[in-house]
Ligand binder design. Sequence first.
Ligand code: DC
Length: 226
Amino acid sequence: MIVTIDGPAGSGKSTAARKLAAAMQIPYLDTGAMYRAIALKALDKGVPLDKPDQLVAMAESTDISLDCGPTYVRVVMDRRDVSEDIRSMRVSEHTSQIAKIPGLRRVLVEKQRQIGRRLGSLVTEGRDQGSIVFPDADVKFLVDAEDTRRAERRYHEMLADGEEVRLEDVLANIRLRDNNDQAQWAPLLASGEAVRIDTTDMTIAQVVARMQEEIRRRQPAGKKTP
Ligand code: DC
């Protein structure tokens, strides 16, 4: 079974995807981590972010391997563990910029489909998982929340990770990324195919329960979901 979860930064999709995958006992794929890894490499190597051809060539020759566990995502890029480095605010900002490049998206979409083919069943999260990467997914979710709420969540996560940030900067960053990222998940929104969940006033447990209910409802009679 393939379950896709798309939505903006701070919507709760990563935590929900991780917990849902653990409950269903199937793997979880964090596709944002792949875009982040490429942005980090470009920044480290000084590849200009406004040179699509160079970025695409760099992405094609980059080895990214992901180990997405129930409480962690381990990302190894060209044999270097970048799991922590890819989460900084600097990388977040630049990621949304490079994620707009069609050629780069094609490279990463292909890598994601390969992972999907290899795994067979998975919960995958990003912006275009239900629309572009896995259009035949069994269940598609679109999660969203008010931007102030999303910024608060992100702010608390960053504080817990020891980053020194101000709430207003996190909110500005979220709004900037919304602007950049919206094009990626707008088609799914417009298609009406996805189950929409507004997580503004929901706990993660409630979000996961809502998803499980939807999956159960769509499952053929006689088949049980954990
Ligand atoms: O989900 P995230 O915040 O880790 O995503 C990081 C960036 O990558 C974000 O700016 C959106 C982009 N992204 C994308 O364009 N498509 C995806 N499938 C996943 C992430």
